[in-house]
Ligand binder design. Structure first.
Ligand code: GLU
Length: 325
C-alpha cells in the first residue's frame, strides 16, 4: 500500500515535469495515453506496460498507462509535453503530422516532431444500433439519435469525415451525442440513443456489452460515397465486422477502417522508446496472446503499415538491429 502510493506520487511529479523525466538512479518513466476502459487501446497499453515493467531492472524504464479520451487527445497531449507515448488511429497520425483535415490540426500546423513507433490492430468503423430502430446502413442514421464519439476521440474526428463525405452534417441527426465510449452501451440499451459509432479493434468489451445486454445489430458502412473516401487515402481499407463474433450478429457486416498505432515525439528519448519496442518484440508471442485483437499481427506489418510520421529514433535503432529496415 505504502509502496503503491509512493509510486503514484512519483509518477504525478514525473508527468508534471514533461516527457520522460529521469528520477532517481537511472529510472525513466514512460506514460502511455490510451482510450476508454472498455475499448482496446486501454488493455493494449496495459499489455505493453506489463512487458516493459517485467524488464525494468535491465533497462530502467517504468511504464504506466492512462485512460484518456482517445487518439486526438493523445496526440495533442504528447505535443503539449504531458504524455510520452500514446495510441492513435493511423488517419489522425497522418493528419497531425501533415497539419491537415481537422481544424485544430490545420491551425496548429504540421506536427513535425511527431514520431511513429509501430502499428497494432485494425480498427473498423463499428456502428451498433438498437434492433427496433431499423438501422441497416449508415445512411439510415439520418434523423436518428447517434453517439458520434467524445471530444478528443479519433472516433469523433473520423465521424465528421465520414458523415461529411456522405453529404451530411450533424444537423441531419436528431441527436449528436458525445458520451464517452464506456457510457454508450447503457445509453443504447436504455433507449437514450438509437446507435453509437466508433472505431475499435475486435472483439471489444464494449461491443460485447451492448450486444449481450439488449438486441443490437451492426450497421453496414459501404456504398459509393464510402468507396470514394476509401480510395482517396492510403490509410483507409475495407473490411468486415466478422459474423458470429457478437451475439445476434451471425453475418459479416461490410465496413472500412484504419489501424491503431503507437506514436511518440522527438522529446521522448531514443533509449526509452528502444526499451519499449524491444520489450514488445522480444516477447512477441506472449504479446500476441494478451488480447484477441492481436491474433493476426505480424512484426513486418507492425513496422511498415499505418506509419505516416517518421519512425522514432529508438524504434529505428531496434528495427535496424533486427534487419527489418
Ligand atoms: N479509436 C478510438 C479513438 O481514438 C479508441 C478505441 C479504443 O479505445 O480502443 O477514438
Amino acid at each position: 500500500m505504502r509502496v503503491l502510493s509512493k509510486i503514484a506520487v512519483v509518477s504525478l511529479v514525473a508527468t508534471s515535469f514533461g516527457a520522460t523525466p529521469v528520477i532517481g538512479a537511472g529510472q525513466q518513466f514512460v506514460t502511455i495515453g490510451t482510450g476508454g476502459v472498455t475499448g482496446v487501446y486501454y488493455p493494449t497499453g496495459g499489455a505493453i506496460c506489463r512487458l516493459v515493467n517485467k524488464g525494468r531492472k535491465e533497462h530502467g524504464v517504468r511504464c504506466s498507462v492512462e485512460s484518456t479520451g482517445g487518439s486526438v487527445y493523445n496526440i495533442n497531449t504528447i505535443r503539449g509535453g504531458e504524455l510520452d507515448m500514446g495510441v492513435a488511429q493511423s488517419d489522425w497520425q497522418y493528419h497531425a503530422y501533415n497539419g491537415s483535415e481537422k481544424k485544430s490540426f490545420i491551425d496548429a500546423g504540421p506536427y513535425k516532431e511527431l514520431r511513429a513507433v509501430f502499428s497494432v490492430h485494425p480498427e473498423p468503423i463499428s456502428i451498433v444500433a438498437r434492433k427496433d430502430a431499423g438501422i441497416k446502413h449508415i445512411s439510415d442514421l439520418k434523423g436518428k439519435r447517434v453517439n458520434i464519439g467524445n471530444a478528443g476521440s479519433g472516433t469523433e474526428a473520423t465521424w465528421n469525415v465520414v458523415w461529411g463525405a456522405m453529404g451530411m452534417t450533424n444537423k441531419d441527426l436528431k441527436l449528436a451525442a458525445q458520451m464517452k465510449s464506456s457510457e454508450t452501451p447503457g445509453a443504447l440499451c436504455d433507449n437514450k440513443i438509437d446507435a453509437f459509432f466508433w472505431l475499435v479493434g475486435n472483439p471489444a468489451a464494449l461491443n460485447k456489452e451492448a450486444t449481450t445486454t439488449c438486441e443490437a445489430n451492426f450497421v453496414a458502412v459501404d456504398g459509393m460515397a464510402i468507396d470514394k473516401l476509401v480510395n482517396k487515402f492510403p490509410f483507409y481499407g475495407t473490411t468486415v465486422i466478422p459474423g458470429g463474433m457478437y451475439r445476434g450478429n451471425p453475418d459479416d457486416v461490410p465496413t472500412f477502417g484504419v489501424l491503431a498505432t503507437f506514436v511518440s515525439s522527438t522529446a521522448t528519448s531514443a533509449d526509452t522508446i528502444y526499451a519499449v519496442v524491444k520489450s514488445v518484440f522480444e516477447n512477441f508471442e506472449s504479446f500476441k496472446k494478451l488480447h484477441p485483437a492481436f491474433g493476426h499481427l505480424t512484426e513486418k506489418d507492425m513496422v511498415s503499415k499505418g506509419i505516416s510520421a517518421p519512425l522514432h529514433e529508438g524504434a529505428k535503432r531496434y528495427y535496424k538491429e533486427r534487419g527489418w529496415l
